[in-house]
Design a protein. Structure first.
Lengths: 279, 388
């Protein structure tokens, strides 16, 4: 970008790259280092010497606590996705067509769960659900996770819609399509990748959520993050590294997919606009 | 013009859900910091009588009779607990005083005058317990907020500091702000060069490098904290590596102290700094820098005078995001820190789950949220006033 000719400039550039390499290492190595640790045949948290073993993954699979926690997390995340995706998608579509002065206020309300300290959110849900008897059931967690996931769905879907050509909707309207038809036949297909990405974000928000779960989930509703939190706190073993590895792989795959979907959506919109104009 | 109404109809379901399940509960929770109805609900007549009393010295006998009557009645109904707990927050020993008095009254001891009660327990003959009850007569109180600021009302109704050994929250709040500020600073120092490098590279090179920032961003904070907890153990990989290269002779303590908290929190929050700054830097036109160079500015001068000022809104946004997220962190300090590294979130959790003093949990939450809202507001104004 900036032409660098002088010797000091080149030196500065080299120093910058070296510094950034260290920061990248700091960002990524701790995550990658967990993988070999989880393959350790012994009970120590060191890099394995002489042979790898899936022993700690077997420990996880054979432990009713871990499998139960996984089942709980999965169910709660699916329910959260089912609530947050339609609500968030509708709102994002509404927002992208809103020209009202109320819009900034509505955006601020929707982003409230993002800026509120998570511990305050957890206490608020605890106070809300404890008198209602919802603290030990899954319902409370699903509601809480939906509220936390909604802003992400709105942001992702809204971003995927903001690049949309408004002429497409005007064209549909001029051809006599009522708003609902415009929504279903024109908007929805174009926004589908963005909506899918939003759904993935909602799922992962719930699946990874720790603090609220620690406050309001009872022993029967132990989620994977709770199980992991207690594991780290009480007895740290290569089983924790194995669980961390599984979660890293899962979130990388899912959110990587969401990112690809998002980009695909971008390409779809920009790609589809040109031939339409030509035709 | 048919598009005027339906955007609102589409947003409405989400807004209703969010207001009912998030905004209202948070408001209700925070309002508990000033609402104090434990005594009023269990002892309605005593609460009314306490409010009517001028609060000077010992109360009239009529008030004593009402309190004695309702103490016995609520003891029999099983609801004395709430009053006993509430008074005990303010004055340790109130709980046992109430229960012992209720037992004696149930056994037939008279309770018609202050003197009668003082014969059951001499503490009824002193102003302190009566003053504590008057402070708890509801419906509003400043007790919890004062307590969260290490202050209390004395028997004469003046605001005084609590005894030194009870004054803990000032230190914890200070520590919370300090840890968050240090983490925001570390993220700025580590993140700025990375965002700059990413923004200055062509997309072909920048995109793969961006994945190195997104990978930790995608992995949950808990998982990354767990990874650090595994790596930083005394006999863990990092200590092993440091010994192998000869930097240290014996394992050093890297976890369950402040260092562990700083390392893990910086790692967790760094992507939140890099990503917004990166998008700000991507939007800066390179032409201004070229113009500066062509006018003879050295790269350093051009950077300082032209590029840096344009990135400041991004730096402010990233630093504020990191700082505000850090303020409310619970999981990472709980797992990486020792007892002296716990942030205000740990106190809030304690009052919510263990001591069940919800007024205290709400007051601490309110004191955490208030500066945060101010910061966000200041951040907005700052971002707006910095020339873009």
């Amino acid at each position: 970008m900036i032409a660098v000719r002088s010797r000091s400039g080149r030196l500065g550039r080299a120093a910058l790259i070296a510094f950034c390499a260290l920061v990248f290492a700091f960002l990524v190595l701790p995550i990658l280092a967990v993988v070999p640790l989880s393959l350790n045949p012994g009970g120590f948290l060191v890099f394995p010497e002489g042979g790898l073993s899936l022993r700690w993954y077997r420990t996880l699979a054979d432990s009713p606590q871990w499998t139960h926690a996984f089942g709980n997390s999965f169910k709660i995340a699916v329910a959260t996705t089912a609530i947050a995706t339609p609500l968030g998608t509708l709102a994002a579509i509404g927002l992208s067509h809103m020209r009202s002065r109320a819009k900034p206020v509505i955006v601020a309300l929707i982003s409230a769960p993002l800026v509120m300290p998570i511990v305050v959110v957890a206490v608020a849900f605890y106070f809300l659900f404890a008198p209602l008897g919802l603290v030990n059931g899954p319902v409370g967690l699903v509601i809480a996770h939906s509220a936390l996931a909604l802003p992400f769905v709105v942001i992702v879907v809204h971003a995927s819609l903001s690049g949309l050509d408004p002429d497409l909707l005007r064209a549909a309207a001029s051809l006599g399509a009522p708003p609902l038809t415009q929504l279903v036949r024109v908007l929805a297909p174009l926004a589908a990748p963005g909506i899918a990405a939003g759904a993935v974000f909602a799922f992962m928000t719930s699946f990874d959520e720790t603090t609220v779960a620690l406050f309001i989930a009872g022993p029967e509703q132990r989620t994977l993050p709770i199980q992991m939190f207690e594991g780290v706190r009480e007895q740290i073993s290569p089983a924790i590294a194995a669980a961390a590895t599984l979660l890293i792989v899962a979130s990388t795959l899912l959110l990587g997919t969401a990112e690809l979907l998002r980009r695909r959506g971008e390409r779809l919109r920009t790609g589809s606009a040109a031939p339409d104009v030509g035709a | 013009m048919t598009r005027r109404w339906w955007p609102f109809a589409l947003v409405a379901p989400l807004l209703i859900f969010l207001i009912a399940s998030f905004i209202a509960p948070v408001m209700l929770m925070l309002s508990r910091a000033v609402i104090d109805r434990d005594l009023e609900r269990a002892w309605p007549e005593s609460a009314a009588a306490l409010r009517a009393w001028d609060g000077d010295g010992l109360p009239p006998d009529e008030l004593a009779r009402t309190v004695a009557h309702e103490t016995l009645a609520t003891h029999r109904a099983g609801t004395l607990n709430r009053v006993a707990n509430r008074l005990n927050y303010d004055m340790v020993g109130s709980r046992s005083l109430l229960y012992a008095t209720a037992d004696r009254l149930a056994a037939g001891a008279p309770g018609d005058t202050v003197a009668d009660l003082a014969r059951i327990d001499p503490r009824w003959g002193q102003p302190a317990i009566w003053s504590v009850m008057r402070h708890a007569d509801g419906p509003l109180t400043n007790y919890y907020l004062l307590a969260a600021l290490d202050r209390r009302l004395d028997a004469e109704g003046r605001i005084v500091g609590v005894p030194r050994e009870q004054a803990v929250f000032g230190d914890i709040f200070l520590r919370t702000f300090k840890i968050s500020a240090v983490v925001a600073l570390l993220c700025t120092l580590l993140g700025y060069p990375v965002a700059y490098l990413l923004a200055s590279l062509p997309a072909r090179t920048a995109n793969p490098l961006l994945i190195l920032v997104l990978l930790p961003f995608w992995t949950s904070a808990l998982v990354r904290t767990a990874a650090w907890a595994v790596l930083l153990q005394t006999n863990g990989v990092v200590n092993g590596a440091l010994q192998t290269i000869g930097l240290i002779d014996a394992p050093i303590q890297l976890i369950y102290n402040r260092l562990g908290v700083y390392i893990a929190m910086t790692h967790v929050l760094l992507p939140f700094f890099i990503l917004p700054l990166y998008s700000v830097m991507k939007g800066i036109a390179p032409t201004a820098m070229r113009a500066a160079s062509s006018l003879g500015a050295s790269p350093m001068l051009a950077f300082r005078k032209v590029y840096l000022p344009q990135t400041l809104p991004g730096v402010a946004a990233g630093a504020i995001i990191v700082f505000t997220l850090a303020l409310g962190y619970y999981v990472t300090p709980a797992l990486m820190g020792g007892g002296a590294d716990q942030m205000i979130s740990a106190s809030i959790a304690f009052y919510t789950n263990q001591s069940l003093n919800w007024g205290m949990a709400a007051a601490l939450s309110l004191l955490l949220v208030l500066p945060l809202l101010l910061m966000l507001f200041a951040g907005r104004t700052m971002v707006r006033t910095v020339p873009a």
